[in-house]
Design a protein around this ligand. Structure first.
Ligand code: PMP
Length: 353
């Protein structure tokens, strides 16, 4: 039986992307070569990079004042890369602490300058996005994690500040429209909404670069990668190729407006069932903080947990076990999750007694 992949990441990809990606492993567009064996400086791969960048720019409305980079190292490398490139030792960056990934970004940034944790929901095990805080005026940038993959929370709007936002969008990039002009840097590991693990998308406003005093190793300098068009060294060729296919798929679906509507509809179906069914309880404390990508819930009676997991798995729902720090269940319903996949899970919930 084909499983429905609710995993948090690496995660589900569109079926058509997997078919094309598999074909390209045998033969890339009739070239007689596999995508796995072509040079990163070949014409064929150059075309992939050019198209992937153009699609990122088109879908998110990214102008020339930004560089678009396909790097390696995952979002975890960007935790320090961003601070290393933007923050001087005597400057302060603001951070919103909304989950374990934010906390890791904070830890790394402290290696390079002052960090002001402007708001945190740590005391309540990150079960909501903080509200009602004031962002100080003198920040070099304000960092946030737009979607908290583990805790099932998401910023539905972005904080008011004059400072450029630096955002880890690993688990909700391309899932909705965003006010791009407010962001100084956006970074995302590919393995949730974009492709297989191994590539990291970075969108960076060029005028923010070159403002730190420290010497930067070449591989850790955004300017070097911008100048080298992501081929300063050998980039992750295959993950970038699959990313390009996924971006094409997003465009074919109708772009971010269509993705947003699709994701809202799926999340509503699942949250409505969690709210209606006394057997289940959501783990996020206020509806406004709920993620449209990672839906977290528990069995109201913990004794039901094992039985519900077995029932979901018997229906083909794979990867719904919650992260160990939250427990219960987490259904990751990224862009590529079809509505019917969520319906299957909701039907298991309806029939569970
Ligand atoms: N940020 C977020 C929001 C994530 O969900 C993850 C991975 N689950 C990471 C960062 C870490 O990403 P990577 O493994 O690509 O370093």
């Amino acid at each position: 039986m084909k499983k429905i992949n609710f995993s948090a990441g690496p995660a589900i990809l569109p079926a058509s992307v997997i078919t094309q990606a598999a074909a390209a492993v045998e033969d890339l567009d009739g070239s007689g070569l596999s995508i796995l064996e072509i040079s990163h400086r070949s014409k064929a791969f150059d075309a992939v990079l050019v198209e992937a960048e153009a699609l990122v720019r088109e879908l998110l409305n990214v102008g020339d004042e930004y560089g678009v980079l396909f790097l390696s190292g995952g979002a975890s490398t960007q935790f320090f890369f961003t601070a290393m490139n933007l923050l001087n030792p005597d400057e302060t960056a603001g951070y919103l602490d909304t989950g374990s990934w934010s906390a890791k970004a904070i830890k790394e940034a402290k290696l390079f300058g002052h960090v002001n944790v402007v708001a945190s929901s740590k005391e309540s095990n990150y079960n909501h996005i903080p509200k009602g805080y004031t962002v100080p005026g003198d920040l070099k940038y304000l960092h946030l994690t737009s979607n908290n993959t583990i805790f099932g929370t998401q910023f539905q709007s972005f904080p008011e500040t004059d400072a450029p936002l630096v955002a880890d969008m690993s688990s909700d990039i391309f899932s909705r429209r965003i006010p791009l002009e407010r962001f100084g840097i956006i970074y995302a590991g590919a393995q949730k909404n974009l492709g297989p693990a191994g590539a990291t998308l970075v969108i960076v406003r060029k005028d923010l670069l070159g403002t730190v005093e420290r010497q930067l190793p070449s591989m850790l300098d955004y300017r070097v990668h911008i100048k080298g068009s992501s081929t300063f060294n050998t980039p992750p060729v295959y993950p970038i190729y699959v990313m390009m296919l996924t971006l094409r798929w997003i465009k074919e679906q109708g772009g971010l407006t269509a993705m947003e509507a699709h994701n809202e509809r799926k999340a509503k179906l699942l949250y409505d069932e969690i709210d209606r069914n006394p057997k289940f309880t959501g783990t996020v404390s206020d509806d406004e903080s709920r993620s449209l990508m990672n839906v977290t819930f528990v069995c109201t009676d913990d004794a039901d947990t094992g039985r519900f997991l077995a029932a979901a798995e018997a229906a083909g729902c794979d990867g719904i076990k919650g992260h160990r720090s939250v427990g219960g269940f987490r259904a990751s319903i990224y862009n590529s999750m079809p509505y019917e996949g969520v319906e299957t899970l909701v039907n298991v919930m309806k029939e569970f007694n």
